[in-house]
Design a protein around this ligand. Structure first.
Ligand SMILES: NC(=O)c1ccc[n+]([C@@H]2O[C@H](COP(=O)([O-])OP(=O)(O)OC[C@H]3O[C@@H](n4cnc5c(N)ncnc54)[C@H](OP(=O)(O)O)[C@@H]3O)[C@@H](O)[C@H]2O)c1
Length: 195
């Protein structure tokens, strides 16, 4: 699979390392960070737009505040592409979502991409060995869901399709719940039923 990774931070690094069996292209706003991550992953360094045009699947591993700028830089190249959205548009430490639509639907509206919400619920370190982890997916396009499910399995985790992209807001709320409890010093696992 040809995968374009937008962003050079913790999520880009962790997932890129698990997708070494694929053809990776990395791009970020910093050329130095882009080169450093590309060298680390054995990937190609590119501009944001090149990383999209040279790929079948795109991971948008960018902090929420940078998402509009990155989508603008990429322009119409995302139209019809499979895009993985792991973003959390939450205020860290508070866990409150931004008002309005889900982050995933915002990204789909702006880009025209076939967006799949995935990988947003766990810390990046989880992907080093995600055996026993379930990754919920939301998306409207079956081919895109199948593609992202395969990339979830590459991490050792198991994919579970929750429903269409209209349910992304629900899983984004869960991230707000988890982050809010974690910052309050509570283990979120202790606050949900185990069965
Ligand atoms: N870290 C986690 O454990 C985790 C878990 C689940 C979900 N997420 C979500 O995944 C996404 C990536 O998180 P991360 O932890 O990888 O973040 P990160 O380590 O801070 O890296 C984020 C990337 O976003 C870029 N960026 C930040 N502001 C930008 C802007 N205004 N314009 C363009 N690029 C910008 C950074 O570029 P520079 O290097 O130039 O600053 C960097 O390449 C976020 O939406 C986060 O909420 C993170």
């Amino acid at each position: 699979m040809r995968i374009g990774i937008l962003g050079t931070g913790a999520v880009a690094t962790a997932l890129g390392a698990r997708w070494a069996n694929h053809d990776l292209t990395v791009a970020g706003r910093s050329p130095a960070n882009t080169r450093a991550l590309a060298d680390r992953l054995g990937a190609t360094a590119a501009t944001l737009r090149e990383a999209v045009t040279n790929s079948d699947v795109v991971l948008l591993a960018v902090r929420w505040e940078g998402v509009p700028d990155v989508l603008a830089a990429v322009g119409d190249a995302l139209r019809g592409k499979t895009l993985i959205d792991p973003t959390n548009a939450v205020e860290h430490g508070v866990g409150v979502l931004l008002p309005g639509t889900s982050a995933a639907e915002f990204i789909a509206d702006r880009s025209g991409a076939r967006v799949v919400k995935a990988f947003h619920l766990f810390p990046a370190a989880q992907w080093a060995d995600a055996t026993g982890t379930t990754v919920p997916l939301c998306g409207d396009d079956q081919d895109a869901l199948d593609t992202v499910a395969e990339l979830v399995r590459d991490t050792g985790a198991t994919p579970a399709v929750l429903g269409p992209l209209s349910r992304a807001r629900q899983v984004e709320e869960v991230a707000g719940f988890v982050i809010g409890l974690a910052f309050a010093g509570v283990n979120p696992n202790s606050a949900v039923p185990s069965t």
